[in-house]
Ligand binder design. Sequence first.
Ligand code: SF4
Length: 487
Amino acid sequence: MHILSKSTYIKGLQCEKALYMQKKHPYLRDKLSIEQRAKFQRGTDVGVLAHKVFPNGIDMSPNSPSQFPKKVQETWDNLCNPEVNVMYEAVFQYNDTLIMLDMLVRDGDHWLAVEVKSSMRLSDTYYNDAALQYYVLHGCGVPLSDFRLMYLNGDYVKEGSIDVQQLFKMESVMEYVTEHEAFVKENVERLKKVVALPHSPLVNIGTHCYNPYPCDFQGHCWKLIPRNSFLFTTAMDDEILFQCYFNGVNSNAKMLRQIEPDSLEAHQIEALDTNSYYVDYKTLYSLAPQPKPKSVAYLNLLFNRPAIPELDGTKPYEEMILAFALQGEHKYDASIDPMPSIGLRRDDLAAQNRFVWDCFDDHSRWKEAIDLLIEKLSHYEQIVCFAPQNLTTTLLRHKIIQNQTIGYKVFNLFEVLQQAHFYHPAIKQGLTLQSLEKSLFSDAKLFEHSRILLEATSNDLLSYQQAREDLITENEIITKTYQLFFK
Ligand code: SF4
C-alpha cells in the first residue's frame, strides 16, 4: 500500500501536521465547503473534456482505493502493449508514493505525460504537482519525451461545438520537473517519516493554516483559541499577529498594551471584547448618498462564470448574468402615488416592489437580463448593491449603463464598508453577504453564496426554487444593511 499521494504530498508541503492528521485522523477534518466541492467538480468536468485532445484512451481509474495495486499492474501491462497508445488516470507507484496521471500518450518509443488544470494560469502548486508526478514516473523507469501541463486558453471563443484543440493550451514543464527532482525526493523522505511518527508532529498554528489553501483541520487545531482572540483581527498583517502571539502576547489585553490606543487594530480588539462590530462612522457617513435619494432599489445579481464556455461567442470563465433580484423602495408621494397600497402589510408592500428574474433553465436567455435591468433600474435614483467587483464597470461592460445616467447611482455597500474599515471576526476570511449577516443581524449560518450558484446550475427545478429564495434572502441582507447605516 502507498504512504503518499499527490494530494497528501501537497498537504504535507503546506503543513506536516495536516498530512499526519489526514493519514491518521481524517475524521477530524472540517466539512468541505460548497465552494471547494464545486471546484473539484469543475476540475473533473474539464479533465474529462481534455481527454478528447488525445481520444480513444483507456481509462485506468479505480472504482475504489482497494483497486490501486491491480491498476498499477494493469498500467504496466498497457505500457508494454503496442496497441495501447493513450491512457487516462494511469496509476504508478514508486517509493511508497502513488500517482494517477491525467493522460499518458505514446510518443514513438517514449511517452508524453500530460496533467490537466481547470484554470487559465499556472501556479506554483501545479508545478509542484507535476514535479511529484515526474519523480514517480522517472523512478518507475517510464521513458518520457516530455511532461506538459494542459490548461484553459483564455482567448478561446466558442463557436458551435467546443474545439478542444483550441480550448486547451499546453506548456512543457520538463525543465522545471527535472530540476526539482532532488527537492521532491527530499520531501518525500521527510513526509514519509512524518506519517510514521507515533503521534502528531508539534506544529503551531500560523499563516500556513490558510496559505496557500485553507487547511481543513482548522476546527481541530484552533479550538483552544478564543473566538474573540486578536488573531481574528484584520488590521495588522497576520505574520505580525502570530509573531506577537508566539512572543507571549496571548491575550487581547496584552496586545492592547503593544499598540497605539487609537489604532485600527485597537478598535478591532475593542469590537471583539464587546462582542460587536467596528466601523469608522465618520468615513461611512461621508460616503452616504447626498442628497438623500427619493427612490432606492436594492439589487442582487447572480453571475455564472463557467470554466468551459456554454454559449457561442463566450470564452472560458466569461461572466453571464444568471439571475437578479430587485427590491424597490420609493418615498411616499401622494401627488404621484394616490395611495395604491392602503390595506397592505409591510411584507405585501415589499413583494409589490420586488422583481426576480432568472434563466436557470436556459442560460442562452441571459442577455434578456440586460434589457430588463436597463428598464427596471431607470425608475430609481439610487441602486444599492453588494459586489466584490466594481459593479459600475460590470454594468458598463454589459451595456446596462450606456452613459452616466445610471452610473452615478450605483452605491456598492461592499466598497463603502471596506473604505469605512468595517470589521467583525466573521469577516476574517472575507467580507461576504453571509459574513455580513452574521456580523450584523444573526449568528445563524443561513446559506453560502456558492450554494446558490450550485443550485442555479443544477438542472433541478426544486434547486432553482431554492436558489430564487436565497437570492431574495441575500437581497434582504443588502436592504437591512443599507437601512441600518443610512436611514
Ligand atoms: S490548522 Fe494549521 S497547524 Fe493545524 S494542521 Fe492545518 S495547517 Fe497545520
